[in-house]
Design a protein around this ligand. Structure first.
Ligand code: 13P
Length: 250
């Protein structure tokens, strides 16, 4: 059995005070929810405050990470620094980093290795654009992102990786992939793990879906065999809707 993960990516939202207020509002709503791992990814400035306010109830993730430990990299934050700020997880290769900041699969690969070396669990994002889907290139794109981004990892490394399938056309658009469309890509990705890593890794790796996940569509997504959780953007910003997504099983 793969333990589900419900993760909230706050992107560039919330001050420190707003972040702490969110955690304090969320905690009573998720009390007793022990069916899944619950992760939030606040902006860098709020990481420590969220980690302190969360205690053991929530895991905290960075939204990106540098591939070096330290050095002259203005604006970057390293994996040991994320650990120091209270993170256990880090999102890597989000499509907004790929589109707006020139993130390449090669960099994704370096960042994954840096995160693993520091003891962080990487949540690695892959997914096709609308043009790529419409020209039937979805599988090719996923295969390339997987081979290059997740290349050179051992089954042992892989046991600490979480994959997030986020079709770019479904992010922030209100246009969720249907459970069947998402499941097809998840199944394909799990197959890549079989051929490129190991059968055992494929059985155990958690593959999250991301893209316009809401309280009213999470159940249908989670009912799919190969969907092991969600990476939620907009609907993770309110404690009510995030708690409703966490409570998909009730
Ligand atoms: P939305 O849920 O707002 O579509 O964002 C998805 C996402 O990018 C999560 O990383």
């Amino acid at each position: 059995m793969r333990r589900p993960v419900i993760a909230g990516n706050w992107k560039m939202f919330k001050t420190i005070a707003e972040s702490v207020a969110f955690v304090n509002a969320l905690k009573p709503k998720i009390r007793g929810a022990n069916h899944c791992d619950i992760v939030v990814a606040p902006p860098y400035t709020a990481l420590r405050a969220v980690a302190d306010a969360s205690g053991l109830d929530l895991a905290v993730a960075g939204q990106d990470v540098a591939w070096e430990k330290e050095g002259a990299f203005t604006g970057d934050v390293s994996a040991p620094m994320l650990r120091d700020a209270g993170c256990s997880h880090v999102i890597i290769g989000h499509s907004e980093r790929r589109q707006l900041h020139g993130e390449t699969d090669e960099r994704v690969n370096l960042k994954i290795k840096a995160a693993l070396a520091a003891g962080l669990l990487p949540i690695v994002c892959v997914g096709e654009s609308l043009a790529e889907r419409e020209s039937n290139q979805t599988k090719e794109v996923l295969e390339k992102q997987f081979s290059k981004g997740l290349g050179g990892l051992t089954p042992q490394d892989f046991s600490r990786i979480i994959i997030a399938y986020e079709p770019v056309w479904a992010i922030g658009t209100g246009r969720t992939a249907t459970p069947e469309i998402a499941a097809e890509s998840h199944h394909f990705l799990r197959g890549l793990v079989v051929t490129k890593i190991s059968g055992e890794s494929a059985e155990s790796v958690r593959i999250l879906y991301g893209g316009s996940v809401k309280p009213d569509n999470i159940r249908g997504l989670m009912a799919q065999e190969d969907i092991d959780g969600a990476l939620v953007g907009g609907a993770s910003l309110s404690a009510e809707s995030f708690a409703a997504i966490v409570g998909y099983n009730s």
